[in-house]
Write a protein that binds this ligand. Structure first.
Ligand code: B12
Length: 219
């Protein structure tokens, strides 16, 4: 049973899309839960790739192939992760900030939120502040979720919160920030409302924000 997760991790790292899909189906058929598949195969694959990328052992194109394979695995899990529970619990607008093209983590957060009953407006990647502001104005989300994977795009989170202040929209929406380089300390410095480390925490944090609860992810 664990073997299939190792094979899935390898398939993602090798960028083998079809094998990644088959292994994900196999894992689900064994009754392995989606959270275990994410934590034991998908996350370690990218940890490994990140290290190899850092060490110059692989190229960006290799990581792109791996991303495609991971998205294929996520596509197989999507009907389970996004199985909605009926009426919407709230609206979340989400996007990856300007200059940043990383979306694997954001997409996992989206699936988890949808599966937990939230309506999610996905603004995509490389989203300029004006687009976030426009989405807040138009859709009136309960929560604005911002993702940043690069240290160079971290300041965009700060810029985004400033843009909400300047346009007078800050009071009408709660802001949660996340992504590998983001920390609770940074979230506090830029006056976000919450910070969460992964898709599971993100969903708990959003539940608190929507209910105006000061939970453990509040800043
Ligand atoms: C995949 C990847 C890519 C892919 C992205 C494909 C895609 N569709 O996303 C590609 C090849 C395009 C890419 C490009 C680049 N990348 Co890159 N990439 C990665 C890699 C290997 C994995 C990221 C990932 O998907 N992880 C898996 C997911 C599941 O985890 P996650 O994203 O962290 O998301 C989780 C949490 O962070 C959280 N979360 C995420 N978003 C949000 C939002 C909210 C609101 C909340 C609450 C939570 C939350 O929940 C998620 C699920 O649990 C990382 C290394 C790493 N270990 O992180 C490097 C990494 C992020 N990349 C890096 C770099 C340098 C680059 C490039 C500059 C490389 C280059 N020379 O061109 C470009 C930049 C392109 C750009 N402008 O964005 C560096 C960043 C270094 C830094 N300190 O800034 C890293 C760390 C690699 C390294 N070790 O050097 N990359």
């Amino acid at each position: 049973m664990e073997k299939v997760l190792i094979e899935l991790q390898q398939a993602i790292e090798n960028g083998e899309t079809q094998i990644a899909m088959n292994k994900t189906k196999e894992a689900l058929n064994y009754g392995i839960r989606t959270d275990k598949i994410i934590q034991t195969a998908i996350n370690p694959a990218f940890k490994d790739l990140g290290q190899k990328m850092f060490d110059g052992e692989i190229y960006v194109t290799d990581v792109l192939m791996a991303s495609r394979a991971a998205h294929a695995a996520m596509y197989v899990m999507e009907p389970i992760l996004s199985r909605s529970t009926g009426t919407s619990k709230g609206i979340v607008a989400i996007g990856t900030v300007a200059g940043d093209l990383h979306d694997i983590g954001k997409n996992l957060v989206i699936m988890m939120l949808q599966g937990s009953g939230y309506t999610v407006i996905d603004l995509g990647i490389d989203v300029p502040a004006e687009t976030f502001v426009e989405a807040v104005r138009m859709h009136k989300p309960d929560v604005l979720a911002l993702s940043s994977l690069l240290t160079t795009t971290l300041p965009e989170l700060d810029n985004m919160i400033d843009a909400l202040e300047v346009t007078g929209l800050r009071a009408q929406v709660k802001v949660i920030v996340g992504g590998a380089p983001v920390t609770a300390e940074y979230a506090s410095r830029i006056k976000a409302d919450a910070y969460a480390n992964d898709l599971f925490e993100a969903t708990e944090a959003v539940a608190d924000l929507v209910k105006n609860r000061i939970g453990k992810y509040a800043i």
